[in-house]
Every structure is written in C-alpha cells, then in structure tokens.
Design a protein around this ligand. Structure first.
Ligand code: BES
Ligand code: MN
Ligand code: ZN
Length: 498
C-alpha cells in the first residue's frame, strides 16, 4: 500500500493544530523541552492521569481532548515505564502505541521525542518514526466502502520534535528503506491467492530492478532444464506454472561471497491430494510468507545501499489437488539427485526448499544460507505465535540470529537437529520420505532440509506462527506481520556489513 505518512523531523515546538504526542515515565515526569512546549497545559497531565488511573506504564496511553492552554486539538501522553528498564526495541513499540491512540481522521501529528531525563538519541527517534509507520499500515486495497470511523485522509503529516533533527533524519533514512521492505512483505502475504499466483509474485519481484537488484525469473521450462524435480512436483497440479526467482544485490566488496536468503513461496497450499480440511484453509494464501520476507529484505538492503553482497532465492508454486497433481507414494528426484518418497503431499514446503538449497549452495558457494518458511503447524504447537523456530548447523550463526532477534523484538528460539531424527524420515523405497510422523514435526522437517544443505553454514527459520495471523502488536495491526525483514536486516547490519 502506498504510504500515507509524511515524516519530518524538526526542533521541539508546540504545534498550532492537530495531535500532540508526548512521553512521560512511571512518575508522570516529562522532559524539560516537553514542559516548555506544553506551558501551563503540563499541569493537565497529572490531573487527567489521576482521573484515568494512568500510571505511565510502558506503552500505556492517556488521551486528553481539547486541552485548555494548547493550540493542539488533542494531547496524547505515552508512558515509558521505568526509564532504566527501557530495552532497545522499545522505541519502536512507543511509536506504534502513540499512533494507536491517534484517531484515524487525524491529518497532523506532532511527537516530542524526549525522555524525562533528556533527549532521545537519533536511533531511538528514528525508531519512533518507524514504529509509527508500521502501526499505520493497513491492507485495504480491496475495500470499496469504508465505515465512518475508518475514513482516513490520504496524507498524514507526522512531525517529530527532537534535539538534533539532522541526526534523526540521517538515522531515519535507513529505517524508511526498512519500512518499505516490511510493507512489501506484508502486502505480498495479505494479497489473495487468485491475484498473487506464482507468476504474479515473480513479476512483482522484478520491481526491485529499479533499486539496482539483478532479478532473474526462471519459468517452468528453465526449472525442468535445471532439474528442480522436487519444486516442480509440488506445482504440477496447478494451472499456474511454477517459478523461481533469483535476486542479487552487490553492495559489498567485489568477489566477496554472498549471504544467501531463501524463501518458501507456496502461493496457496490446499495440501494437494492430501487435502487440508476447509476450516481456515483461506489462511494458506500466506504460505508464501518466507518468500515475501526474502523479497522485502532484498528491497530493504538495496534501498538503503547495504554494504554487503546478498542473494535472495524464492520458490513460487501453488499446491493443488488435480488429475495432474503428485500422489502420495510418488517418488521424485530432486535437483541434488537424492530421491524422495512423497508420503503426504501437504508436506510440500520442504520439497520446494530442498531444490532451492541445493541450487544456492552449488551456484553461489555462499558465506551462509538462511531459509524462511511457514513450514509446519508443529512449530506453532511448540512455540506459539510470538517466537519463530530456528534450526542451525552452526553455533555462531545461531547466536547472531538470536542477538538480532532480541535487538529487533523479532525473536527466534533454537530447536534441535541431530542424526537421531534421521530414522524418522528414512524411506523403504527411496532415499528419504517427506514426513516423519506426528512426533517432532518441525524438527523432522528441518532435518529433511539439512540433507540438501551440504557444508555451508545454514539456519532454517520456521515462521508458520509468526508471519501471519499472529498476535497483534503495537507495530502491527495487519494479518501479515512481515516477520523476518527487520530481523535479517539487523543481522546483516550488525554482523556482515563492512
Ligand atoms: N503450510 C503448512 C504449514 C502451516 C500450517 C503453516 C499452519 C501455517 C499455519 C505446511 O505445508 C503443512 O501443511 N505442513 C504439514 C506437514 C505435515 C503434513 C507433515 C503440517 O504442519 O501439518
Ligand atoms: Mn502443506
Ligand atoms: Zn505449506
């Protein structure tokens, strides 16, 4: 969706109209510049807080309409909690919480980015803005009518008052690129499956060429030539041809091995012949969230000119029941030449990724590979919807991802791999089978993927719980969260940019 927010940074000042947002701690203390901007209206905060039982807890809000002594139409006070307990990812949450209190009809918002003890640093100010933008996202492309309370102006001016507007502007430039990446990922996941079928997704990814990303689209003929028998088997029952897309961003040193990001892009997963029950099947339009994340990430890296070489690969298919669809019992030959007995056609994501992983390792000899996939319902049973499952063959990589997860609030939790699990996916007839039974379903899926990785450091993120229909947060009110874009952008920035 096009962005309605126009974000500017300026000095601390009291606005002449619109909504004024300020921050206070759990003692209702305000910063000095905030007190100056409020003037006599500062006294309203304590009175309204008492009346509303507002205690200044983190992300709690106090809403004061038509404040006397202020030109602004409304004063929103956002709590910071105990300043010493603030985490790096909290500024984002605060920006989101503030926008959550602003009525949809608002055209003009001013935020004073100040802690009681003094100015917020440029990164925190920029995070406030990013949180605001992500919170304001709504996917309403297909609504032809709006309820009265959903009426929204086409443009909203958000001015953030800060001690150093120039530094905040610089810090926000990279966040704006990141926001565009998250928004792209959310849009792709929210799109309906009749609109976003494999070729439509592939065509959208070619828009990244404008940012200097080299984009190759493989059609079904090319995929057959390459020998991607597993990926093709998944898509063979669909009237929509399968695709794979390779996106390359070379912002690093010439000759430096790239980081590789891979995404499961099942544009719709009916389960195939092993068909899913009707209940919530519509959610399987989001089974391409891994691919959406990779595309959003590549967009963000290119837009902020990240000093890194990165490749993004996505496998785009539709899993349908049909006369031409694969059957349980079929034995397919993957690109790696390993054979797979298909026990359940609903365990399709690992087939798509098997070929992508092998292809990526062979062609790019990458520094590392990270795949993202809405791979199993089992990971939702294990971890719920707040944290993604992480599997890795490399401790350093696992640690870096864990750190990036804590820094961004997009958390991952490491799960085990190990040869003990191999016997669950051994097959009577082929090299392996594509399901390992009910026990440890997320683990056997990851163990299956590992057979196509080789020696490259690799991590698999199972985002089935976090990418869609996940708990609404202060920075996301949409069905699709865009999970993974901020995580991996941070991972790249903190550990791999020169
Ligand atoms: N796309 C699903 C996993 C999924 C389930 C994602 C719910 C998001 C929400 C995947 O292709 C699938 O169907 N997995 C099966 C594997 C089983 C057949 C071994 C599952 O998890 O039940
Ligand atoms: Mn499936
Ligand atoms: Zn699936």
């Amino acid at each position: 969706m096009t962005d309605r927010f126009r974000i500017k940074f300026g000095p601390f000042a009291s606005p002449r109209a619109g909504i004024l947002v300020v921050f206070c701690d759990d003692g209702l203390r305000l910063g000095a510049a905030t007190r100056a901007a409020l003037g006599p209206a500062a006294a309203l905060v304590a009175r309204a807080a008492a009346a509303d039982r507002f205690k200044g807890k983190l992300a709690a809000t106090l809403d004061i309409a038509a404040p006397a002594d202020l030109k602004a139409d409304r004063l929103v006070v956002v709590g910071l909690g105990k300043p010493k307990d603030l985490k790096p990812s909290d500024a984002l949450t605060l920006g989101g919480a503030a926008i959550g209190k602003v009525p949809a009809a608002a055209k003009e918002i001013t935020m004073l980015a100040e802690y009681p003890a003094g100015a917020m640093d440029a990164d925190a100010v920029a995070d406030l803005a990013l949180g605001a933008r992500l919170r304001a996202y709504a996917f309403d492309r297909y609504k032809t009518k709006r309820k009265e309370d959903e009426e929204r102006p086409d443009a909203v001016a958000l001015t953030i008052g800060t001690a150093d507007p120039a530094a905040a502007r610089r810090a926000f430039a990279t966040r704006a690129a990141l926001a565009d990446g998250v928004v792209l990922a959310r849009d792709l996941v929210n799109e309906p499956p009749n609109v976003l079928f494999p070729d439509a997704f592939a065509r959208r990814s070619t828009a990244l060429r404008r940012l200097g990303v080299a984009v190759e689209v493989f059609d079904a003929r090319k995929l057959r030539q390459l020998g991607m028998g597993a990926l093709l088997a998944v898509g063979q029952g669909s009237v929509h041809e399968s695709r794979a897309v390779v996106m390359r961003w070379n912002g690093g040193r010439k000759g430096d091995k790239p980081l590789a990001f891979l995404g499961k892009g099942v544009c719709f997963d009916t389960g195939g012949i092993s068909i899913k029950p009707a209940q919530s099947m519509e959610d399987m339009k989001g089974d391409m969230a891994g691919a959406a994340c990779v595309t959003g990430l590549m967009q963000a890296l290119a837009a902020r000119k990240a000093k890194v070489n990165a490749v993004g690969l996505i496998g785009l298919v539709e899993n349908m029941p049909d006369g031409k669809a694969q059957r349980p019992g079929d034995i397919i030959t993957t690109l790696s030449k390993q054979t797979v007995e298909v026990i359940n056609t609903d365990a399709e994501g690992r087939l798509v990724l098997a070929d992508l992983l092998h292809y990526t390792a062979q062609r790019f000899k990458p520094k590392l590979m990270i795949d993202l996939a809405t791979l199993t319902g089992a990971i939702i049973v294990a971890l719920g919807q707040e944290v993604a499952g992480m599997f890795a063959n490399d401790d350093k990589l696992a640690e870096q991802l864990t750190k990036a997860g804590i820094a961004t609030g997009e958390r991952v939790w490491r799960m085990p791999l190990g040869p003990e699990y191999d016997k669950l996916i051994d097959s009577k007839f082929a090299d392996m089978k594509n399901t390992g039974g009910r026990h440890g379903g997320a683990i056997t899926a990851a163990q299956f993927l590992q057979r196509f990785v080789g020696k490259t450091p690799w991590a698999h993120l199972d985002i089935a719980g976090t990418a869609m229909g996940s708990p609404q947060s202060e920075i996301n009110r949409s069905w699709a969260s865009g999970f993974g874009v901020r995580l991996l952008d941070r991972f790249v920035e903190d550990f791999y940019e020169r």
